[in-house]
Design a protein around this ligand. Structure first.
Ligand SMILES: Cc1ncc(COP(=O)(O)O)c(C=O)c1O
Length: 272
């Protein structure tokens, strides 16, 4: 979804080549190295590090042709784990997942990329404008930036990005382990590409999914409905989501499976 939007925005200013996509399997995986076909002389390669809607995540960066900048939308997994900024020409992330309130975008850009951008796009959209003005070209969203600073201090106090990664890995593992042993719920992303931020799963029928989401909400397990374009369920377990919330969700899923096994079995009976 996010890369498709990046493609749409890039088309008016350049030639777009889609090097790889898992659209044919409903975005259930990250492209394998063999799936990737770059164009002859790319100006840059763009990826979305975590697919917020379909629940897949790049484990490591793709290999890019020598000297070609890698550009990444890291909005939904920024600072959930260490990131080797040296591998990127440009990283951008909307704040609203792991960093702070919406309305702020964090950008990490290599010096040479600041000047490489087109001058024919509006001034406000050129990174050189913001770099030259110390991000004060326009009135910045001060409150959001302040809160982001507080979140960064919190991350450091909690042990930094390494500690965040360990925590996020353990939280996601709890959920995926249960989904894998469940005969009722099933994960939608391919195992090796599963996101540690957005755990997407389905129940045996859309009716049971609606019942699950409704009952979970009554328990205070809110926001589990999958994105409208993907359906099913999605547990977004960003940095701020504590382990005990994931434990509560798994406990509820177990209970729901036990009490709805009959309804699921009935679905498997052939119609008479
Ligand atoms: C990976 C990714 N990119 C971009 C966006 C869009 O962010 P915004 O709504 O701030 O434009 C989102 C929002 O969820 C996202 O998850």
């Amino acid at each position: 979804v996010w890369s498709q939007k990046a493609v749409k925005e890039a088309k008016p200013v350049g030639k777009v080549h889609i090097a790889a996509t898992s659209e044919s399997t409903n975005f259930d995986r990250i492209p394998r190295p063999d799936d990737i076909r770059y164009s002859a002389n790319p100006a840059y390669v763009h990826i979305t590090t975590n697919n917020t809607i379909y629940g897949t995540q790049w484990r490591t960066e793709p290999a890019v042709p020598s000297g070609v900048p890698l550009v990444a939308d890291t909005s939904s997994d920024m600072y959930s784990r260490p990131i080797d900024v040296q591998k990127y020409g440009l990283i951008y992330a909307g704040a609203q997942k792991n960093l702070g309130p919406s309305g702020v975008v964090l950008v990490i850009i290599r010096n040479d990329m600041v000047e490489a951008g087109s001058k024919s796009i509006p001034t406000m959209l050129q990174y050189r404008t913001h770099a030259a003005e110390n991000s004060l070209y326009n009135t910045p969203p001060t409150f959001g930036i302040y809160v982001m600073g507080e979140v960064f201090k919190w991350i450091q106090a909690e042990g930094g990005l390494g500690a965040m990664a360990e925590r996020n890995q353990a939280k996601a593992q709890l959920l995926y382990d249960f989904i894998d042993e469940s005969e009722f719920f099933r994960g939608t992303a391919q195992t090796q590409d599963r996101s540690l931020m957005n755990v997407c799963f389905r129940a045996p029928s859309e009716e049971l999914e609606a019942k699950f989401i409704g009952e979970a909400t009554k328990r205070g397990l809110d926001g589990l409905k999958g994105h409208r374009s993907a359906g099913g369920m999605r547990a977004s377990i960003y940095n701020a989501c504590p382990r005990r919330s994931v434990e509560a969700l798994v406990a509820f899923m177990k209970e729901f499976e036990r009490s709805n096994r009959g309804a699921a079995a009935a679905l498997k009976q052939p119609a008479i």
